[in-house]
Ligand binder design. Structure first.
Ligand SMILES: [Zn+2]
Length: 256
């Protein structure tokens, strides 16, 4: 099965993004590698690779990852590896997208609902106060573990432009600003990314969002920098492909 994301647009009525001529004749495919968690070393490496080929990367960071009280999450998100908002402001100023990935990376679907909502607000408020130029109205909230509930999704969509969460069955994809996505781990995912991208490029068009993490051993399901460099180099010269961060992709292609 294709691991793709579907989005409905108001412009196309009930037509899903991958169903037909939906962007422009030149750009038939959008690819987003959505990098999670906020690994300082990896994110600077990713930024450098994207910049080499004149592309913008898509970063999603944990709002409290750099604060003294931040606790390790699973085996992969270690406080020592996380960047801070000086880093995120630097990367944003260099043309990359930085979006919220929760306050402290709890599985929000398994929290009491009021607690989960408080954590979401705390995250968005921190972004508003600390990320220069940040605007909820242009923001994509990326649920930790891509785990959400209909109530939390509704709550999030009352505050931001879009959310990223689990991929929905096609018949349930009703919201223009709702993205699902797939990820793979915990081992190196170079081969998985290659397969996903290649099979996507063989389709007639659409938007593929892969949720990835760090590079060179950092994070759950890392890629290698050498592979990412080769991939972005190869993809950046495909004329029909737009490589965009999620927020930019939504703003660009839903306004057309
Ligand atoms: Zn995460």
């Amino acid at each position: 099965m294709q691991r793709r994301t579907f989005i409905k647009t108001s412009a196309l009525g009930s037509m899903a993004f991958n169903c037909g001529p939906w962007i422009t004749e030149e750009k038939t495919h959008i690819l987003t590698l959505s990098f999670d968690d906020g690994f300082k070393k990896s994110f600077y490496k990713v930024a450098k690779i994207y910049e080499e080929y004149d592309q913008s990367a898509c970063f999603n960071v944990i709002a409290s990852g750099h604060l003294p009280g931040f606790k390790q999450v699973d085996d992969y998100i270690l406080p020592d590896l996380m960047g801070n908002f000086d880093d995120w402001n630097t990367l944003k100023a260099r043309g990359h997208e930085v979006m919220p990935h929760s306050w402290k990376h709890l599985n929000l679907a398994s929290q009491p609902v009021e607690k989960a909502k408080e954590l979401i607000v705390q995250c968005l408020d921190y972004f508003s106060d600390h990320l220069e130029g940040y605007d909820n109205e242009a923001s994509v909230f990326n649920f930790p573990y891509n785990s959400s509930t209909p109530e939390l999704e509704e709550f999030v969509l009352s505050k931001v432009l879009a959310l990223r969460s689990r991929e929905l069955p096609r018949e349930e994809q009703t919201n223009v600003f709702r993205q699902g996505c797939r990820s793979m781990g915990p081992e190196n995912i170079d081969h998985w990314v290659e397969e996903q991208v290649n099979s996507f490029l063989r389709t007639s068009g659409g938007w593929l969002i892969l949720n990835v993490h760090g590079l060179d051993g950092e994070g759950w399901g890392p890629m290698s920098s050498d592979y990412l460099d080769r991939l972005i180099k190869r993809l950046s010269i495909i004329k029909t492909l737009d490589m965009l961060p999620t927020g930019k992709a939504l703003l660009k292609h839903t306004n057309e």
